[in-house]
Ligand binder design. Structure first.
Ligand code: ASP
Length: 343
């Protein structure tokens, strides 16, 4: 069958690719070259599948921008030959990677679906098979000869989310991810329910894929807490090379009103550090100026992170700085949704 969609599986590591050695009880890497013989169910899918693996698969706690560039490069060099991509990835940092790739792949019109699992693929009670099979099925979904999903998604436990809207919320439940501020774009039940209004839309005139491989790592995240001292705040704000700080504030973007606090932020901003206001709540949005406690932040020109996740905020900062966006434009561009990552 020649016109079946052709799907590329990219294995980066993580629990999903592990099998139990029943003699020793230890987990060992699954041989993806033997994928079809190990999971014969895949033969029933209406698509062809090829796979490629990181030379040394990693636990996703070791993920870094260098590996994101590797994933982006694999997609770039196989973009024309495949109709969709499934990235098998450890769940721990999957939301960071899905967010980063969403920014790196500009004008993406093919599905890039991240998935993983809580239990190894070789485990009796594994969630890996369902996650893998449905991710491939979603990557192969076509309507009028075009992919249904034309963005970076994250599929886990019966739901496909927009990747840059997700966050890992549970270390042991099969339902490990959530997308607090954006509904799932596909739900898997007896049928695949596609929530069409929530799919990322592209302009009618197709533009070629642009793969951005410059990411600036001079960024950091600081979570506010009552009792944060001037000493610790200033040591972060004056760290050598710091260009952007994602500040996880309280509630709807609130922070202390004390003069020393505002002055520390203001002097960092004047030195050219971009400070992005993101809520530390798991859902909802920053509303700059809504309370007295955020009016001052607005006045000193903190960047309004609106309803962005911390994962999307830090990777968006790396992407914008890597693209040498000027200091004058950083705030305006950051506050604009580039890949559906914010309202
Ligand atoms: N530690 C693993 C990883 O993130 C957990 C998993 O795969 O879910 O690579």
């Amino acid at each position: 069958m020649t016109n079946q969609p052709n799907i590329l599986l990219i294995y980066t590591g993580g629990t999903i690719g592990m099998v139990k050695d029943y003699d020793s009880g230890a987990l060992k890497a699954f041989d993806f070259a033997k994928l079809l013989s190990q999971i014969p169910e895949l033969e029933q899918l209406d698509c062809t599948i090829e796979s490629i693996s990181f030379e040394k698969p990693i636990d996703s706690s070791d993920m870094n921008p260098g590996y994101w560039i590797e994933i982006a490069t694999i997609i770039e060099s196989n973009y024309l030959a495949f109709d969709g991509f499934v990235v098998l990835h450890g769940s721990d940092t999957m939301s960071y990677s899905a967010s980063a790739l969403s920014f790196m792949l500009e004008n993406l019109t093919k599905p890039v679906i991240f998935t993983g699992s809580q239990l190894p693929i070789g485990d009796l009670r594994t969630d890996a098979k369902e996650n893998l099979i449905t991710s491939i099925q979603i990557a192969a979904l076509q309507a009028k000869e075009k992919p249904v999903v034309q963005e970076v998604g994250l599929y886990f436990e019966y739901k496909l989310y927009r990747g840059n809207r997700t966050t890992k919320v549970n270390a042991e439940h099969f339902e490990a991810f959530n997308s607090p501020n954006y509904p799932p774009i596909i739900e898997s039940g007896v049928k695949l329910k596609i929530n069409k209004p929530f799919l990322l839309k592209h302009p009618a005139r197709k533009k070629p894929l642009i793969v951005h491989k410059q990411l600036d790592e001079n960024v950091a995240i600081l979570k506010m807490h009552p009792g944060l001292t001037a000493n610790f705040l200033n040591s972060v704000l004056t760290a050598t090379g710091l260009k952007a700080l994602v500040l996880e504030t309280f509630g709807a973007g609130n922070a202390p009103t004390a003069d020393w606090f505002i002055e520390s932020l203001e002097s960092a901003i004047k030195r050219g550090v971009h400070i992005i206001n993101v809520t530390q709540c798991s859902g909802g949005s920053v509303m700059m100026g809504h309370y007295e406690t955020s009016k001052k932040l607005s006045k000193i020109q903190l960047v309004d992170g609106k309803d962005i996740t911390t994962e999307a905020a830090i990777t968006k900062a790396m992407y914008l700085l890597g693209n040498k966006v000027s200091d004058a434009l950083f705030k305006t561009i950051f506050e604009t949704s580039l890949r559906g990552e914010m309202q």
